[in-house]
Design a protein around this ligand. Structure first.
Ligand code: PLP
Length: 394
């Protein structure tokens, strides 16, 4: 058998996918499984976006595009930045990729040399550490404490910086915690980044999913200096329910964007032409569906959160954004006689047929992630089963 590369051998398989696979297997065996692992909105893509993509196909836009994306789409993204954040980017400062995940992957590939360090706050989105490692870099973790709504502090960043630190990842609103950094918090963290010349990778994919009193601020909005030092990552997957279209982008320094475009020209050639026309319609057309989806998520969050906190053994910081709850389940695991939250999650799936994601995959082994990107009745039924499971075993 051929030996696989060391890079790939070192990859940690995704815990989210492992649970999803197990849930699927149980479903195929005929069990009534409820999956709360989903990382995508359960709404269909708005019709005007689908129509625009179909129109583009009928008009023959089915060929290669420039590798960094269509100029029309970059202009449309630039208008979006201007409209939503008063941020000015020229098309040369924007690259369109095959999803935000691919934008991040490409960015780390052009940024990192062997042993370069990237500060990754925990809990983190599962792909950050793996992508940094695939580019030869080293993730350096700092803990977002639950008492601080899982957010990191400028002091922690200061402590983590070494001669080798090149970048820091910020993800607000966060997957998995739903926490959002305030303007003041970003300002304070930004000052440490400027002092040490760190590139800020700001993953803003959940920008539109913000609830209650919380507001979204991009760190790039705070000053021209911070804008220069930041690469924003965003896309239409979560905001416009377009996960399957695979359109995401990066915006930042021209030199970085040019390097990313060169790399894309040898890897993907370009993001799908038809999907790019869909994304133009997503940004230039009505934003009403985005707000309607946001409202639906907020309504679910409030109902689901109220029910969740009634369950003995679970405690939960109320999220301000995204579509996940990230309760601490350490006590629930202890009460039910399991050695770890991972074991608790496994048993919950096997015995009650509820699939949730263990926090260990996000660098936070005491927590679990539940997605509420599924119907309210389904989530409430899942919570009922979790409640019964804990009561039965305690
Ligand atoms: N960043 C975060 C924090 C995410 O949760 C996800 C998707 O789950 C992505 C990036 C990737 O999004 P895309 O579908 O655009 O690749």
């Amino acid at each position: 058998m051929v030996q696989l590369s060391k890079r790939v051998e070192a990859l940690t398989p995704s815990t989210t996918l492992a649970i999803t696979a197990k849930a699927k297997e149980l479903k195929q065996e005929g069990h009534d499984v409820i999956g709360l692992g989903a990382g995508e909105p359960d709404f269909n893509t708005p019709q005007h976006i689908i129509d625009a993509a179909v129109k583009s196909m009928n008009e023959g836009f089915t060929k290669y595009t420039p590798s960094g994306g269509l100029l029309e789409l970059k202009q449309s993204i630039a208008r979006k930045f201007e409209r939503d954040q008063s941020l000015t980017y020229s098309p040369e400062e924007i690259i369109v990729c095959t999803g935000a995940k691919h934008a991040l992957y490409t960015l780390f590939q052009v940024l990192l040399d062997e042993e370069d360090e990237v500060i990754v706050p925990t809990p983190y989105w599962v792909s950050y550490p793996e992508q940094v490692k695939l580019a030869g870099g080293k993730p350096v973790y700092i803990d977002g404490e639950e008492e601080n709504r899982f957010k990191i502090t400028p002091e922690q960043v200061e402590k983590a910086v070494t001669q080798k630190t090149k970048a820091i990842i910020l993800n607000s609103p966060s997957n998995p915690t739903g926490s959002i950094y305030t303007r003041e918090e970003l300002q304070a963290i930004g000052e440490v980044c400027l002092k040490h010349g760190l590139l800020i990778v700001s993953d803003e994919i959940y920008e539109k999913l913000v609830y209650g009193d919380a507001t979204f601020t991009s760190i790039a909005q705070l000053s021209e200096k911070l804008k220069k030092q930041t690469v924003i990552i965003n896309g239409v997957s979560k905001s416009h329910s377009m996960t399957g279209w695979r359109i995401g982008y990066a915006a930042g320094d021209k030199r970085i964007i040019k390097a990313m475009t060169n790399l894309a020209s040898h890897s993907t050639s370009n993001p799908t032409s038809i999907a790019q026309y869909g994304a133009i319609a997503a940004y230039d057309g009505t934003q009403d569906p985005v707000e309607e989806m946001r409202q639906a998520f907020e309504e679910r969050l409030n109902k689901v959160y109220d029910r969740l906190v009634q369950i003995p053994g679970l405690s939960c910081v109320k999220p301000s954004g995204a579509f996940y709850l990230f309760p601490n389940a350490k006590k629930a695991a202890e009460m039910t006689g399991y050695d770890s939250v991972d074991d608790f999650v496994k048993a919950l799936l096997e015995e009650e047929k509820v699939a949730i994601v263990p926090g260990s995959g996000f660098g936070s082994p005491e927590n679990v992630r539940l997605s509420y990107a599924t119907s309210l009745d389904t989530i409430l039924e899942a919570l009922e089963r979790i409640d019964q499971f804990i009561a039965k075993k305690s």
